[in-house]
Design a protein around this ligand. Structure first.
Ligand SMILES: NC(=O)c1ccc[n+]([C@@H]2O[C@H](COP(=O)([O-])OP(=O)(O)OC[C@H]3O[C@@H](n4cnc5c(N)ncnc54)[C@H](O)[C@@H]3O)[C@@H](O)[C@H]2O)c1
Ligand SMILES: [Zn+2]
Length: 366
């Protein structure tokens, strides 16, 4: 049977690479990776949950393509996205006798991908790595663009490197085992791409939501292709986040504040971003930047995707303090990515006074 392959090219001069998207791709990853990496020794970095589901398939495929396969299986969870885990990875790689001609393969969600990328960026001053993302969030967001890193006790993603993979292999079939809540959370980032970049895609999502949520094979490929194309395009224009890449933070300013205020315990990242996107749309409406009809459509799609729209109640001052502590602050104003309409956003500095009034009036904070 002819199997279709969809490829998105990420143009970054000598760091350019391809993202391949196809159902069932995991089972034939070996050949593709053997060609791209030209490395005989590979180490798959994954976690215990994903290893039990997909490691066997990947291992078999790599071996039949002539690769030696070593494996590092980390415990599952964001709490393990630490320098300790990175040390553990280094120790294993040394123990396997890997050198600069070897390559790492990240098999998993954003946590595994960010750590594997950082280990690859730093082990022996940099060895090649590839991403094989298995969550929707990782397939549409974290595996593309080259940001890698770990958390410190003092904050998320505080240590890291920009380091591009040699390629990204996406098998949407892996989403069939993903918990539904994780799927919906990833979908928040999908909606984000429509709002910041592509009104037609947003409209397509409105009409195809049901197909995506029941993991229709073609719909999934379409979604992932479109999101990767948008992210690749933005990352090519602004690899190190000095300009347009900031648009990818739509919904994240308030989203991060919600994650901080709730101690990362109540909401998944995508859920906090969903609330943040709705809040930013309402803020744009209040500032006269965005038509009400577009704000309603944003809220309706977020809600239809089973994502939260209402911000948890904390004093407005707590929200402000949390937003000012976030990396994107500048002086007495806070920069927000705000929609002018669906498909077009821009950065707007908003004064603390204006924000406090908005939080109190629109989000009903004290
Ligand atoms: N580098 C970037 O540009 C970037 C962008 C966004 C987010 N991130 C990072 O990504 C991380 C979040 O990633 P995530 O949402 O993928 O979370 P995750 O990696 O923790 O995965 C979520 C859960 O799903 C499990 N899982 C993964 N794939 C599965 C599958 N196919 N079937 C069943 N279970 C599966 C995981 O074991 C985990 O328990 C955060 O650390 C965040 O900082 C990075
Ligand atoms: Zn995000």
């Amino acid at each position: 049977m002819e199997r279709s392959m969809n490829t998105v090219h990420v143009a970054l001069e000598d760091r350019s690479y391809d993202i391949h998207i196809a159902n069932g791709l995991l089972g034939r990853a070996g050949q593709l990776l053997a060609c791209t990496l030209k490395a005989t020794n590979t180490a798959v970095i994954t976690n215990a949950t994903i290893a039990s589901l997909y490691l066997e398939t990947l291992r078999t495929s790599l071996r039949s393509a002539g690769c030696n396969v070593f494996e590092v299986i980390l415990p599952d969870g964001e709490q393990f996205k630490t320098l300790d885990s990175i040390s553990l990875i280094y120790e294993h790689l040394l123990g396997f006798g890997l050198d600069r001609s070897s390559a790492l393969i990240a098999l998993g969600g954003g946590v595994v991908g960010d750590m594997t990328g950082f280990a690859a960026a730093t082990f022996m001053r940099g060895i090649p790595f590839v991403q094989v993302p298995t969550t929707l969030l990782a397939q549409v967001d974290s595996s593309v663009g080259g940001k890698t890193g770990v958390n410190l006790t003092g904050g998320k993603n505080m240590v890291g490197a920009f380091y591009q993979p040699r390629c990204v292999l996406i098998d949407p079939m892996t989403l069939h085992t993903l918990p539904e809540r994780e799927l919906r959370a990833g979908f928040a980032e999908v909606i984000k791409y429509g709002i910041i970049n592509d009104p037609d895609f947003f409209a397509w999502l409105e009409s195809s939501l049901e197909a995506v949520m029941r993991l229709d094979a073609d719909a999934l490929v379409q979604v992932i292709m479109r999101c990767c194309t948008i992210k690749a395009d933005i990352a090519s224009k602004d690899e190190r986040e000095q300009g347009v890449r900031a648009y990818l933070n739509y919904g994240h300013t308030l989203g991060h504040a919600i994650e901080t205020l709730t101690g990362y315990a109540s909401f998944l990242h995508g859920e906090a971003v969903a609330i943040g996107m709705c809040a930013a749309a309402r803020l744009a409406l209040r500032l006269g930047l965005c038509p009400e009809a577009d704000v309603r459509r944003i809220e309706a799609l977020v809600q239809a995707a089973g994502l939260p729209v209402a911000a948890p109640a904390f004093p407005a001052g707590d929200y402000l303090a949390a937003m000012l502590k976030d990396k994107k602050k500048t002086g007495s104003t806070i920069n927000f990515v705000l929609p002018h309409r669906i498909g077009e956003v821009a950065l707007h500095p908003v004064s603390q006074d204006r924000l406090r009034a908005f939080l109190t009036a629109d989000l009903a904070m004290r």
